[in-house]
Design a binder for this molecule. Structure first.
Ligand code: PBG
Length: 325
């Protein structure tokens, strides 16, 4: 007790603060999202996400090279196809935007670890994450499409697939399909505890994937639920997920912490589009110190228990973290 104990002693200067720091953020933990669109020479900034772009394959490759040069080991790809239909058939074509991007990135930067988002919403005309019948998203028929999509990504050379649709049983279906096609070594990172969140707003502009009617509450989780996240994660691990994800990150740090305590698999957290846009907007207005807020957010996600962070801040944060002292 005071005056014997004075916690301020260990805060006296940056050297000692650094020595006793409990959490460190490194570019090694980052996964950078990229939005691939059709065409050539396309690089279109997403208005609600300054610094993020829809890019054609040639431009995505340049971006991927830059990502790798910043010591960020991995990207996750999202596709914006030229054609959308009821069953999202552009999601699994051999020459879909994502499939072409995987090949081109792997040719140019083979060491970059390529993850793909596996979902139907970017490819369906109705914008839902699965097959819609009688105004309901159909679980079991969707599993087949997701499996086809995952296998097509593996065939193109992806290292890992990340199902984000929240259909029941999709990890098992995808694992079986990959194994059947000889892709036993391709990993699965499941969006296991994915909430029906308003923080995805800017992403839906970026990926042009907003549902045309209704919302995603019949498949994504209720933001009020904490214990249910453990149940979702347990199922996905049983079904064969190698890494599990909590999404969004910032409003769900308790969930990240619970999951980290309860399971032994690596935990990823998705620092989603709305979390990014809020910081960017307030930074532009001069209301917060954008750089410090960014680093504090990333640190808090790590401190809560995330091993990996999917974040639109990855390049900016890496530039700061890579600076020599
Ligand atoms: C696709 C998907 C979404 C995000 C990642 N994958 C959107 C959604 O579920 O509506 C959100 C990412 C972000 O907001 O940054 N299902």
């Amino acid at each position: 007790m005071f005056p014997i104990h004075r916690p301020r002693r260990l805060r006296k200067n940056e050297t000692i603060r650094k020595m006793v720091r409990e959490t460190s953020v490194s570019p090694d933990n980052f996964i950078y999202p990229l939005f691939v669109t059709f065409g050539k020479d396309v690089k279109k900034e997403i208005s609600s996400m300054p610094g993020c772009f829809q890019e054609s394959v040639d431009e995505v490759v340049k971006n991927a090279k830059e990502v790798y040069s910043l010591s960020i080991p991995s990207v996750i790809l999202f596709g914006i196809p030229e054609h959308k239909d009821e069953i999202g058939s552009s999601a699994y074509g051999e020459h879909g935007v994502v499939q072409d991007a995987i090949k081109a990135i792997k040719d140019a930067v083979p060491e970059l670890y390529v993850i793909t988002d596996v979902c139907m919403c970017e490819y369906t005309s109705h914008g839902h994450c699965g097959v819609v019948k009688d105004e309901e998203v159909q679980n079991d028929p969707t599993l087949e499409l997701l499996s086809k999509e995952a296998v097509s990504h593996a065939k193109a050379g992806a290292d890992m697939v990340a199902p984000s649709d929240m259909m029941d049983g999709r990890v098992r279906a995808i694992r079986l399909a990959l194994d059947e096609e000889g892709f036993q070594e391709i990993s699965i990172m499941s969006y296991a505890a994915k909430y029906a969140s308003a923080f995805y707003g800017p992403f839906r502009e970026a990926a042009e994937s907003a549902p045309q009617s209704g919302d995603r509450r019949s498949y994504q989780m209720d933001p009020a639920n904490r214990r249910e996240a453990l149940r979702e994660v347990a199922f996905d691990i049983e079904e064969g997920a190698d890494i599990i994800m909590v999404k969004p990150a910032l409003a769900y740090l308790d969930v990240i912490s619970d999951v980290k305590d309860a399971f032994d698999v690596p935990v990823a957290a998705y620092n989603v589009s709305g979390e990014y846009s809020l910081v960017k907007a307030a930074g532009r207005l001069g209301w917060v110190d954008e750089e410090r807020v960014m680093m504090e957010i990333l640190t808090s996600i790590k401190r809560a228990g995330a091993d990996l962070i999917l974040t639109y801040f990855a390049k900016e944060a890496a530039r700061i973290l890579n600076k020599p002292r």
